[in-house]
Ligand binder design. Structure first.
Ligand code: GDP
Length: 215
């Protein structure tokens, strides 16, 4: 049983004021068509879990999935749609920007990029914007099955090279079609949750210790 396997649709949000309070969440983001929904479905071992995020009217919303143990998976709207009315785009930029910059319970970002066309302009914008938070980013180079082994190694090495100035970013190959790379994602996300648990346990210890001090 993986941490993603129990994920269930929880809620859809279109305004920041409606964000549900959560203890910890990880968010998936990427250019539209990068393979984000497929990656969520593959990791959660479901065929249509992220389908809800694709239903008309919800593609520009933030969708929450409950993973149990007070942990949430968040499916953020895809960016880079060719034709989006300006008002919709402006709403999206505000919603996504404010969510990424201010969401305290967001412990890490999973960024999906098509392995055949990684690090496009909007991906860089996302990386630079989110880096301000100093929180970890894990990049999935998706649709790796479309590349030869040699091409896979080459793209992985070159993306690592280009992002060498970002120590909080890790990168891996992923394929939803072949279901490869799932264990690696799992390990990274587990480590984020474990770090949070540890930090919270430390805080608790400090609080307990403070409580035992003689008056
Ligand atoms: P999203 O817009 O980022 O959610 O992208 P989708 O998950 O809907 O995928 C976009 C297209 O890429 C669809 O036609 C998928 O079938 C295809 N796709 C997604 N993941 C893979 C993959 O691992 N391998 C291959 N060959 N195609 C994929």
């Amino acid at each position: 049983m993986t941490i993603f396997q129990n994920a269930r649709f929880f809620t859809t949000v279109n305004h920041l004021k409606d964000l549900p309070p959560t203890r910890a969440e990880i968010a998936f983001v990427g250019r539209s068509n990068a393979g984000k929904s497929s990656a969520i479905n593959t990791l959660c071992n479901r065929t249509r879990l992220a389908f809800v995020s694709k239903t008309p009217g919800r593609t520009q919303h933030i969708n929450f999935f409950d993973m149990g143990q007070e942990r949430y998976l968040v499916d953020l709207p895809g960016y880079g749609y060719a034709e989006v009315p300006e008002a919709v785009r402006a709403h999206w930029v505000t919603l996504l920007g404010q969510y990424l910059a201010s969401r305290n319970s967001l412990i890490g970002l999973l960024l999906i990029m098509d392995s055949r066309r990684p690090l496009r302009d909007l991906d860089w914008k996302m990386i630079e914007f989110f880096s301000e938070t100093e929180r970890p980013v894990h990049i999935l180079l998706s649709k790796a099955d479309k590349l030869s082994r040699q091409e896979q190694n080459k793209v992985l090495a070159s993306v690592k090279q280009e992002l060498q100035d970002y120590p909080q970013i890790s990168i891996q190959l992923f394929s939803s079609s072949k279901k490869t790379g799932c264990a690696e994602v799992e390990t990274v996300v587990q480590s984020w949750f474990a770090a949070l648990d540890q930090a919270e346990a430390g805080t608790q210890e400090n609080t307990d210790a403070a409580g035992t001090l003689p008056e």
